[in-house]
Design a protein around this ligand. Structure first.
Ligand code: 13P
Length: 249
């Protein structure tokens, strides 16, 4: 039985003061959630997350990492640096990085492999644009994105992978995939995972991301292959993030 997993992606938001208020607001009403919970913070705030969350049920992670191990890569952040701050997770291949920073499928695959070899769990994002959906290419696109990652991952590491299906047209737009639309893609992704490794496919958490909010979370999370959410905007408000966690738990 897969545990549900609710992860916040703060994107480029926050400040020391705002994060402190958000994290204490979440912790104040979290209770003992019956699901996995994490926040993915901007890198300068990972130490703050560690300080605030070390004894909590909330894990923390980063939003990106370098595909390189170390060296002359100005501005990059290595997997080992993230583990130095006790990160459990790192997002790889978010559509905003693919679109604004030119990240290719192949680069995302190498980032995921780098994360796994450092002991991090990569949250690998896949998802189609509106144009790709409207031209009937959703499955082709997410399959290509997923296979580029699977190619880099050893069988034994597959269960540490987290996949996030984030249709680009639903991110930050308030438009969400219907539960049925999302379930179709999640089931397709699980089928591709099963083609690679049947046992691992039953264990890998596949999250939905794209305008998941308190009022649509329960319906999305009720679908068989939707194992949680990767939450943008609603992760920045303690009450909204908590409501989604409670919908999952
Ligand atoms: P929103 O929840 O703001 O649509 O963002 C989703 C997302 O991109 C999470 O990574």
């Amino acid at each position: 039985m897969r545990r549900k997993f609710i992860a916040g992606n703060w994107k480029m938001n926050g400040s020391l003061a705002a994060n402190a208020a958000l994290l204490s607001g979440i912790q104040a009403n979290l209770g003992s959630p019956n699901c996995d919970v994490a926040v993915c913070a901007p890198a300068p705030y990972l130490d703050q997350c560690r300080g605030a969350l070390a004894d909590s049920a909330i894990a923390w992670g980063a939003q990106d990492l370098s595909a390189h191990e170390s060296g002359a890569y100005t501005g990059e952040i290595s997997a080992a640096m993230l583990t130095d701050f006790d990160c459990s997770y790192v997002i790889a291949g978010h559509s905003e990085r693919r679109a604004y920073h030119g990240e290719s499928d192949e680069l995302v695959g190498r980032k995921a492999a780098r994360a796994l070899s450092a002991g991090l769990r990569p949250i690998v994002c896949v998802g189609e644009t509106l144009e790709e959906r409207e031209s009937g290419r959703t499955e082709q696109v997410v399959q290509r994105q997923l296979e580029a990652v699977l190619k880099e991952v050893a069988d034994a590491d597959l269960v540490r992978l987290v996949v996030a299906y984030e249709p680009v047209w639903a991110i930050g737009t308030g438009k969400t995939a219907t539960p049925q639309m999302a379930q179709e893609v999640h089931a397709f992704l699980r089928g591709r995972l099963a083609a690679r490794h049947a046992a691992a496919a039953t264990q890998i958490q596949i999250l939905y991301g794209g305008s998941m909010k308190p009022d649509n979370a329960a319906d999305l999370l009720a679908m068989e292959d939707i194992d949680g959410g990767l939450i943008g905007g609603a992760a920045l408000k303690a009450a909204d993030f908590l409501a989604i966690i409670h919908a999952a738990a």
